[in-house]
Design a protein around this ligand. Sequence first.
Ligand SMILES: N[C@@H](CCC(=O)N[C@@H](CS)C(=O)NCC(=O)O)C(=O)O
Length: 207
Amino acid sequence: MSPPDLYLATRSALGQPFEPVFVDFMRGATRDAAWRQSVNEMGEAPVLEDGALKLCQSGVILTYLADKHGAYGGATPGDKREILRWLLFDNHKFTSYFASYRFAKAFGPKAPDPAVMAWLEGRIDAAYAIVERHLAAGPFMVGAAPTIADFSLSGYLFYPVQESGIDLAHSHPHIAAWVRRLRGLPGWGDPYEVLPGERIEPRWTSA
Ligand SMILES: N[C@@H](CCC(=O)N[C@@H](CS)C(=O)NCC(=O)O)C(=O)O
């Protein structure tokens, strides 16, 4: 194992080495026709390449890795069903609205439109209240141990408050405690420690 691989293996919940590949999303790499043809017809990151296999959609990637390595996938068929239920909720309502909000608030090409932001805030509030209530009853989303449902839902919660303006410690204490719990897992790495590419300062701060 080369030193960079070794470094990355220590920042992997599975203890597996991996090679991150930078996709210049901000300069439109995912909109390029050749990229879509050769990497992902859906025009999105992330993409996992494992040998000849190429997968997109984070929920599919997480499920594949959990099955392959026998970890974080839930212990019973009932757990697996619950995990799928939360992955679908996450992709539709939790991370999706928040990711759009954070992008528009901090990194969009134009200053955020207050009406659009207000609408997104309503959607975020509704989805976050559901997860906040769920986490009041237990330490993780499904059962007593961390699963890919936690990893999926929490993915965008490790970015700094300056990018979204949402301070979970004040607004959602159970979600904030869960984020701290996940950060304490062996092999944990925050996105800005693990993802390649240079960090971009928020562009819009007043809206
Ligand atoms: N449901 C997808 C969402 C992926 C997604 O929206 N990725 C963003 C970057 S974080 C993207 O590539 N967006 C490109 C675009 O919207 O044009 C997943 O979970 O993988």
